[in-house]
Ligand binder design. Structure first.
Ligand SMILES: [Zn+2]
Length: 403
């Protein structure tokens, strides 16, 4: 038996006027998902336990069978693991975006956050900005490490791993003053790093060059999501299968590393809309061919389209995942003659209307090549109508993997 799990991140959504009052899942032409779902157990599942923030790390931990209430230590430590960084017990990992702030205001607090991803800045450009921040703002026990695109990792000894930062993608278009770390609740050093970081980055040659090309400058660091080193039970020992994770996003890779899975990076996979969909499908097929029983493919693109408010691009991202990832993997699995199961679901909704994650249950289908059933087409409403609700996403794999 082979197992394929496909996560179109943030795919679930709400009705959108621009799409004729359809959701992106309803508007997308996704023949393979719909064909499989119509032969699958369909339903809805709650990946993010009530009271927890609907972050991708939380939801993906659950889908990989690790109850976030026990195992979630925040996203940044997972990203640190994926970067191969060594974390000591007293190290706090903190996500550090490079973001785009407006530049016309006099005070840092009055600036508007325009883009949490700095126009999807390249890793090469961002690495120069990270180096500039480390050089200009040195501190014993603190170092910023380059990640991917706008997503970087601060390791900071003895920083408060429970400090409650605001998330930059939740405040796009807003004045940042109300969302910055506060000096009066233990955030003084965090605030100082962000403010001084703006002064370091604003006129950096990388940003001057970006502005000259009409691109958004990455003119401020933004710290959020702190945490200490996580410890996950080994996936292969837990389930008796050899697992691989195919992903472009550090935090999902980090979950794979912590779980002892083979973590596969795909050339050209970016974590945004312009990603290498075909390469991800091929990587999944190669992972099966190399002996893995369980392959988990995460595609960030629909989530990013949700954050950017791009409804039509989100439809297109879903169509590309269907045609360029799911269809070829299905064709490969069918060609082997071996039985297989396919589980497909978003980790959480990222509605275009609100441009951030929402905590509702998500639609899923679980296809079993050996036992097809009467399912439904793969939309939010159809899966709700299937009247099959799982309140705990960390139990989904138990329905899938035969022990
Ligand atoms: Zn997500």
């Amino acid at each position: 038996m082979k197992y394929f799990v496909l996560i179109p991140d943030g795919m679930a959504d709400r009705k959108i006027p621009l799409l004729g009052d359809k959701t992106p899942m309803e508007a997308a032409h996704k023949p393979t998902m719909d064909m499989l779902a119509q032969k699958s157990v369909c339903g809805t599942v709650l990946n993010v336990p009530a009271g927890m923030v609907p972050e991708s790390d939380t939801a993906n931990l659950a889908i990989l069978s690790y109850d976030p209430r026990t195992y979630s230590k925040g996203r940044s430590p997972l990203e640190a693991m994926s970067l191969g960084l060594h974390m000591d017990e007293d190290d706090t990992a903190i996500r550090c975006n490079v973001v785009t702030l407006s530049e016309d205001e006099e005070n840092y607090e009055d600036r508007i956050i325009i883009d949490h991803s700095s126009g999807d800045i390249t890793t090469e450009e961002a690495a120069q900005l990270v180096a500039a921040l480390n050089e200009a703002l040195p501190m014993e026990g603190r170092k910023l490490h380059t990640g991917v695109s706008y997503r970087h990792c601060m390791l900071w000894k003895n920083a408060d791993p429970t400090y409650n930062f605001d998330r930059p993608h939740d405040h796009l278009g807003q004045r940042i003053g109300d969302f910055l770390p506060k000096a009066d609740n233990g955030g003084a050093e965090f605030l100082e790093f962000m403010k001084k970081g703006y002064d370091v980055l604003k006129d950096h040659p990388v940003n001057q060059a970006r502005k000259a090309k009409g691109l958004r400058p990455a003119n401020s660091p933004w710290l959020w999501s702190p945490g200490r080193k996580p410890a996950l039970p080994n996936f292969a020992e837990k389930w008796g299968v050899s697992g691989a994770v195919v992903c472009a996003v550090d935090l999902i890779k980090g979950i794979g590393v912590c779980a002892g899975c083979d973590v596969i990076s795909v050339e050209g996979a970016t974590g945004n809309y312009y990603t290498n969909y075909t390469g991800k499908g091929l990587a999944a097929i190669e992972a099966f061919k190399s002996g893995h029983d369980f392959v988990y493919v995460h595609v960030e693109a629909p989530d990013e389209c949700g954050h950017q408010g791009e409804a039509e691009q989100k439809v297109s991202a879903i169509e590309k995942i269907d045609a360029e990832v799911l269809a070829p993997v299905l064709a490969y699995l069918e060609s082997t003659g071996e039985d297989f199961k396919i589980l497909c679901l978003p980790d959480h909704p990222t509605p275009v209307e609100i441009r951030t994650h929402s905590p509702e249950p998500v639609p899923y289908f679980l296809y079993d090549s050996a036992k097809t059933v009467s399912g439904t087409i793969f939309t939010e409403d159809h899966c709700i109508a299937a009247d099959n609700y799982n309140p705990d996403g960390s139990t989904l794999l138990a329905d899938m993997i035969v022990r």
